[in-house]
Design a protein around this ligand. Structure first.
Ligand code: NCD
Length: 364
């Protein structure tokens, strides 16, 4: 196990002061990009994208190029040895030995952590299935810091696919750590946040309410975080079609919002925000995508220089338990340790945070 590297798997592996440092470095780079043009000269970043991406992949790549470094990688795993059946361990072990930092996106939850176990450089989670997306959260935090001037005392509405939207999960986990934030979780009953998120909100003492109507909630909000319905994560097309047009932010709805509302969206947008909203000065999603590049420059610098790695695994290996999540990387890669922690009295998988059951019950 290579614990000596500083990986970014989940923002909550680090103290809030660490995030604040990355965010303020991102703001300095935004203000003075020319000071950093040689900061990563001679360094190589690898991007392994097993799932489609525009912003995350290209903002990471442009971030490294703007720091004076170089990039390698794939965004079509079928053009690599993955098509020959290579596992995550072997691909990432080898690619990490060619590079100084490795950015990975994969459809299975927990993949970045699995890669970090044996990688020979820092690993960054660029999205692991429907689980987490910590660098989108750094992007969102820098956007709020720059545009609202604070990360606390905010009423944040999250709207759309709160079940499968990994950006929502990471953002809730992060914003619950700042004082007096309140959450309005706006979704259909089918697409509410996973239990571990509501449990986490309760445990951190955050006020939250579940709402089905965007019209009802919009006037209370300081931040509205719109999300796409995650078509690729539904079990059937019919289930997706039943959800797809439920929420749409329109110019008309914006008339009922606060004058200083910040509308964020991780993008890509499908049709959950009407194009006319783009002209509203409260629509910050394109600016947000640009901040993403600066905060990723800051993150690369921080991980390359960091001397104090966050611990990768905190719980215990228990071969008698099994994760119940079929979309967890442990269901695909059988060599991974059966690693579990106890959260709020429940035993959960350390890779995807879903429930664990005794092996005998799980296979029934
Ligand atoms: C998000 C993602 O991939 O989770 N996009 C992004 O990284 N900016 C959101 C989405 O795909 O809907």
């Amino acid at each position: 196990m290579c614990a000596q590297y500083s990986h970014l798997i989940d923002l909550n592996d680090y103290p809030i002061q660490w995030w604040d440092k990355v965010i303020s470095l991102g703001a300095s780079i935004y203000a003075h990009p020319q000071r950093y043009v040689q900061a990563c000269a001679g360094k190589i970043m690898a991007t392994l994208f097993y799932e489609p991406s525009t912003r995350t992949q290209m903002s990471f790549q442009s971030a490294m190029i703007r720091l004076g470094g170089s990039i390698i990688g794939f965004d079509n795993p079928m053009s690599s040895s993955v098509s020959k059946g290579e596992n995550i361990k072997d691909t990432t072990k080898v690619v990490s030995s060619y590079s100084d930092i490795l950015i990975i996106r994969h459809p299975m939850a927990g993949t970045a952590k699995a890669a970090a176990l044996t990688a020979e450089c820092p690993v960054v989670n660029a999205g692991d299935g429907g689980h987490l997306h910590p660098t989108q959260t750094l992007t969102d935090l820098l956007t709020l810091k720059m545009e609202k001037g604070r990360l606390d005392h905010l009423t944040i509405g999250l709207c759309g696919d709160l079940l499968y939207g990994r950006t929502v999960h990471s953002l809730c986990k992060a914003l619950s750590c700042y004082a007096e934030n309140k959450f309005v979780l706006i979704s259909t009953p089918e697409l509410q946040v996973p239990d571990y998120i509501t449990k986490m909100l309760r445990e951190s003492g955050c006020e939250y309410r579940v709402e089905t109507s965007l019209d009802k909630a919009i006037s209370d909000l300081d931040v509205l975080y719109m999300t796409r319905i995650q078509r690729e994560r539904f079990l059937s097309e019919a289930d997706y079609l039943a959800q797809k047009d439920v929420y749409r932010l329109t110019a008309d709805k914006m008339c009922h919002a606060k004058p200083d509302l910040a509308v964020l969206h991780p993008l890509p947008r499908v049709d959950e925000i009407e194009i006319a909203v783009d002209d509203d000065p409260r629509a910050l999603y394109f600016k947000q995508a640009q901040y993403g590049m600066y905060v990723r420059m800051a993150l690369i610098l921080r991980l390359l220089e960091s001397e104090k790695p966050a611990p990768l695994l905190k719980g215990e290996c228990n071969p008698a338990l099994k994760c119940v999540n079929p979309k967890c990387i442990t269901a695909q890669e059988s060599y991974l340790p059966r690693q579990f922690t106890v959260v709020g009295g429940k035993t959960v998988c350390e890779f995807c945070e879903e429930r664990a059951l005794p092996l005998s019950d799980a296979v029934k």
